[in-house]
Every structure is written in structure tokens, then in C-alpha cells.
Design a protein around this ligand. Sequence first.
Ligand code: AMP
Length: 203
Amino acid sequence: MLQSPLFDILAQSDVGKGTQCARLVKDFGFCHLSAGDLLRAEQHREGSEYGELIQTCIKEGTIVPMEVTVKLLENAMAAALAENRSGEGWTAGRGRFLIDGFPRKMDQAEKFEHDVGQASAVLFYSTTQEVMLERLLERGKTSGREDDNAESIKKRFNTYKEQTMPVIEHYESLGKVIEIDSSASIDEVHQRTKAAVAKLLSA
Ligand code: AMP
């Protein structure tokens, strides 16, 4: 368990969240951690006992078991806190974290909140399946990712509907969800997000 960290935003869904997170880092000094990136790094880490499991889950668009994902996040957060960063929101044992692609299932949300800490808000980028499919197939032309293909994308949509939507509904019942329609341009989505986060941080 980390010593009283401050968690600010959880972002999720396949709608340009990586791009938006990079901008929020510049705006607010967040430490941006992507669950997907941490899992891909672990998949390729020599000697990892989870490499094969992670690879299968990513290809099949399913959720990697919570023990693996939460531990990777916890370690990355502890490493960021150990850097003793300066700036607003960063004091001894506390940081400003933007965790992207997490939580995607209720069990990992519960484990994280029990073992690590409470989220201040959930940033939910919503758009239509058509827009998501178009963006992911476009990304697939250059990303080299093994899940940016029509078959994996369809599976990811199912996982999202069945496992991730209940997480969003849960945080909605707590009044913690900030929903942003991400069908608009990158700049417009960024402006809306920036305004919402600024309001949250000043509250
Ligand atoms: P992303 O990079 O966010 O698009 O995630 C790619 C894939 O990594 C997902 O389809 C899952 O297989 C896995 N993944 C990402 N985030 C999580 C998470 N929070 N829990 C479990 N698996 C995840």
C-alpha cells in the first residue's frame, strides 16, 4: 500500500485517450500511466512469467487478470513517487496520477481502491462504435499492434460492453464520472477535458 497518494483521474476506452493524456500531462503535471503500455512492456520483459498470458489476452481483447495489472500499476506509481517530483500536486508520498485504460473490470477497480487508493474522478471518453472502429483500423496501418485488426477490435468491443460498462455505471453512482464526447476533433476534445479537469482540481 502506498502512503496516502492522491489519485486524480482514471481515463478509459479506445477513443484517442493516449493523445488526450499526453496533453493533460503538459497542462497539469500528471504522471501518466497506461495500463495497456505497462502490460505490453511486461509482455516483452525477458523472464516475465506473464508474457504469454498477456499476449493472449491482448490478442483476444480480454481483460488481463487483476493481480497482474494492479501490481504493475502499483509498482509504477511507487517508482514515480520515489522520484520525489516537484510541482503542484506532488508532495512527499503524494502524486497526481492519470491512469489510462483502467479500471476495465469491477474486480480490478475494487482491488485498486482497496490496495492502492481512491480515484478522484473517472474520465470517460465516449463515442460511437463506428468512430472507434474507423480510428482503430486507421491506427492499425502503422501501429504494429496485434489487436488493431477487425477481429480483435470486435472482441474488445464485447469486453467493453460486458465488463467495462458496469465499472462506469458504478463510478456514475458515486458521482465521479466526467463524460466527454470524443467524436469531435482532438483540439476540441482537449479543450473540454482541460476545462473539466481544471474544475475538478480547483474544487
Ligand atoms: P489499450 O492499450 O488500452 O488499448 O489496451 C490493450 C489491451 O491491453 C486490452 O484490450 C486488454 O487486453 C489489455 N488491458 C489494457 N488495460 C487493461 C486493464 N485495465 N486490465 C486488464 N487488461 C487490460
